[in-house]
Design a protein around this ligand. Structure first.
Ligand SMILES: *Cc1c(COP(=O)(O)O)cnc(C)c1O
Length: 243
């Protein structure tokens, strides 16, 4: 193995520390919410993070990672150490880019239209697989933000689930960035209600196993509100360095 630069050496040590802190935070919040740490999936959000640092995280036990740009995912893909780690796509996805992801990712968390689901399904079926998806909800009803509106959600879920090449495994949301703690908790709680309600409907091809919400600044709150998958980036890997 090539010798690490001092800079990367430091990022490795920081990641080890940060991972402990986050795992403790997840444990505490899971117990407070009447669950156990194993009920919560930690997904490392890896945009801008160098692959050698991501792979160090995987060697420390991170077993879910998520990228949010197709091009970045494809460039890094040959170098990820994925034998014990699932790769997710968590960013906004254009229909014409789906072809670059199918067969590479275990889950696409950002499905917000029938058209997108249809393309994921078509290309998955072509490879003889079904791709796990989450339906992204625009819970803050923000303009220019991706995600299904809460008004459309109940209509869209069965339409998306009708495609054989996808499996609807749950919901994902990113509450408005400017919201204060109380407002954010309100958004998380609303999401949990939708999650439970849709699960109870027992719709064909909809299992509602995952409620993906909570990031570096609010994963503890999200877990208290019922999240079982948190997507943590900067609190693990440090501030993002955009080239
Ligand atoms: C970057 C990103 C995250 C993680 O954000 P942090 O605030 O750095 O934890 C979570 N979800 C999505 C969709 C992201 O793009």
């Amino acid at each position: 193995m090539e010798k690490l630069s001092n800079e990367m050496e430091k990022r490795f040590r920081d990641l080890e520390e940060n991972l402990k802190v986050i795992r403790d935070g997840i444990s505490e919040a899971s117990v407070k919410s009447g669950r156990s740490p194993q009920d919560i999936t930690l997904l490392a959000a890896t945009k801008t993070v160098p692959v050698e640092l991501i792979n160090h995280g995987i060697s420390l036990g991170i077993d879910h990672i998520g990228e949010n740009r197709v091009q970045e995912l494809c460039e890094k893909y040959p170098s990820y150490a994925l034998s014990n780690c699932a790769l997710h796509f968590i960013g906004h996805l254009q229909t014409n880019k789906v072809k670059n992801l199918i067969g590479k990712v275990q889950m696409i968390q950002s499905v917000d239209s029938v058209k997108l689901a249809s393309e994921i399904s078509r290309l998955s079926e072509k490879q003889g697989i079904a791709t796990d998806v989450l339906v992204e909800v625009n819970i803050g009803a923000e303009e220019n933000k991706s995600g299904v509106s809460t008004e459309e959600l109940y209509d869209l879920i069965p339409q998306i689930a009708a495609f054989q090449g996808v499996r609807v495994r749950g919901l994902m949301a990113i509450p408005p960035a400017g919201a204060d703690e109380r407002e954010t908790m309100g958004y998380f709680s609303k999401m949990y209600k939708y999650f439970v309600d849709i699960k109870a409907k027992k719709i064909d091809n909809v299992t509602m196993d995952f409620l993906s919400m909570g990031m570096s600044s609010d994963y503890g709150q999200a877990i208290l509100a019922g999240s079982n998958m948190v997507r943590v980036g900067s609190a693990l890997f440090g501030p993002r360095i955009y080239q």
